[in-house]
Design a protein around this ligand. Structure first.
Ligand SMILES: *Cc1c(COP(=O)(O)O)cnc(C)c1O
Length: 408
């Protein structure tokens, strides 16, 4: 029964163009990667899909830091943080992260997590108890949605970037504790949440602002401090979540907030307590990454990244057919919104045939009718790489629209 049930569901997804498939990478993350598709042979692809925005994931300096961390602390942590898994490497990293974010979350303390997914579940379940209401932005990342589902709190969804609606909803609050929960950079659109207006609302309504900065940390703001720095915000009411597997190039995540908030997470967050601490070497490598982000080379890479973003936007704007739309984004996430699933898949396939990998993103990851190619650009791409992508999109768009005219 189970297998038949699953086979039927898989067939439905296949028919709807929603079946996902794994590809195997045979080289480190970077603009050019050796990729084996499910039923093809190993090919070098020009990749526009990673979240490795500064090109750090394959950087020898971080690989060396990871290796040095492993030599010093071993391969594994051996236990959870509350048993004997919390190493000096973890503790040092937490101190460095709290200092790094101190201009924006004053007197904060940091807590390191294995993944951003787990950090988000931790924050929403531990803070979202029966006394609380979670005000969740409708385009929040799946991990925040799941955290809200698991929380005992009442959950209220507000429309995308709609500060007025949120204001009205906060006025009707029925619980003493209110938490506004939002992505800082929306992961499928690349636009920014109006964090300044949201913080002002939080202050006015005695609420807290929970910010998931997975795509802003390392990329935006002074020294890569992220979205709070970009907006010039500073408040004790902020619970800040940054992830370390994207621009920071390694793995893991952290929460920075008031020490009482962090102390409560240590007591109550099940994704912190009931899991083996990540290898200390990972924390050691992240510390190296943090120094890199804040240093001159981090600044240079962010400048290069901004150049590529500008080049990509200008180039795509000139070649996209009128039925398609470029997202309004100044971040490395630059979606080409084409509408239906089939067109998104055909466009992705046409690019793939030219050796360019951009993933098609379909519902339920994005709202129905907004299937898209999620282009991400990094500081490791050079000008020629971006030109290649623009030319490939122009050719694919031409072919697809000629065919649409023939069929129509
Ligand atoms: C990637 C992502 C996460 C999850 O972080 P991981 O460390 O990859 O688990 C959380 N929130 C957002 C917005 C993300 O894009």
């Amino acid at each position: 029964m189970l297998l038949e049930h699953l086979e039927r569901q898989l067939a439905t997804r296949e028919a709807q163009g929603l079946r996902r498939r794994l590809r195997v990478a045979h080289s480190p993350c970077g603009p050019r990667q050796l990729i084996a598709p499910p039923d093809g042979s190993l090919t070098a692809k020009l990749v526009f899909c990673s979240n490795d925005y500064l090109g750090l994931a394959g950087d020898p300096a971080l690989t060396d830091a990871l290796a040095e961390g492993a030599r010093r602390y071993g391969a594994g942590s051996g236990a959870s943080h509350l048993i004997n898994g919390h190493s000096q490497a973890h503790a040092d990293l937490e101190e460095a992260l709290a200092r790094f974010l101190a201009p924006h979350v004053p007197d904060g303390r940091a807590l390191f997590f294995c993944t951003g997914y787990m950090a988000n579940l931790a924050v929403l379940t531990a803070l979202g108890d029966a006394q609380a209401t979670l005000y969740c932005e409708e385009l929040n990342h799946a991990s925040l949605i799941d955290g809200a589902r698991l929380a005992r709190a009442e959950v209220v969804k507000y429309p995308h970037n709609d500060v007025q609606s949120l204001d009205a909803l906060l006025q009707q609050a029925r619980t003493p504790i209110k938490l506004i929960v939002t992505d800082a950079v929306f992961s499928m659109d690349g636009d920014l949440a109006p964090l300044d207006a949201l913080l002002a609302l939080a202050e006015r309504h005695d609420a807290w602002l929970v910010v998931d900065d997975a795509h802003g940390f390392g990329v935006l703001g002074e020294g890569g401090r992220g979205s709070l720095s970009h907006f010039g915000l500073r408040s004790e009411r902020i619970v800040y979540i940054g992830t370390l597997g994207k621009a920071a190039g390694v793995a893991g995540a952290f929460v920075v907030a008031q020490p009482t908030v962090i102390e409560w997470l240590v007591q109550a967050a099940r994704t912190y307590i009931y899991t083996t601490a990540s290898p200390p070497a990972v924390a050691h490598a992240v510390s190296a990454s943090l120094a890199f982000l804040a240093g001159e080379e981090g600044e240079r890479r962010r400048a290069r990244l901004r150049q590529r973003i500008g080049q990509l936007r200008a180039g795509l704007a000139a070649v996209l057919p009128s039925a398609w739309r470029l997202g309004s984004s100044d971040t490395p996430i630059q979606p080409i919104i084409v509408g239906d699933n089939a067109t998104a898949l055909e466009l992705a396939a046409a690019l793939d045939a030219e050796g360019v990998w951009v993933p098609a993103i379909r519902p339920p990851t994005v709202p129905p009718g907004t299937a898209r190619l999620r282009v991400t650009v990094t500081a490791a791409h050079d000008e020629g790489d971006v030109d290649l992508l623009i030319a490939a999109v122009r050719r694919a768009a031409g072919r697809l629209s000629r065919r649409a005219r023939c069929e129509g």
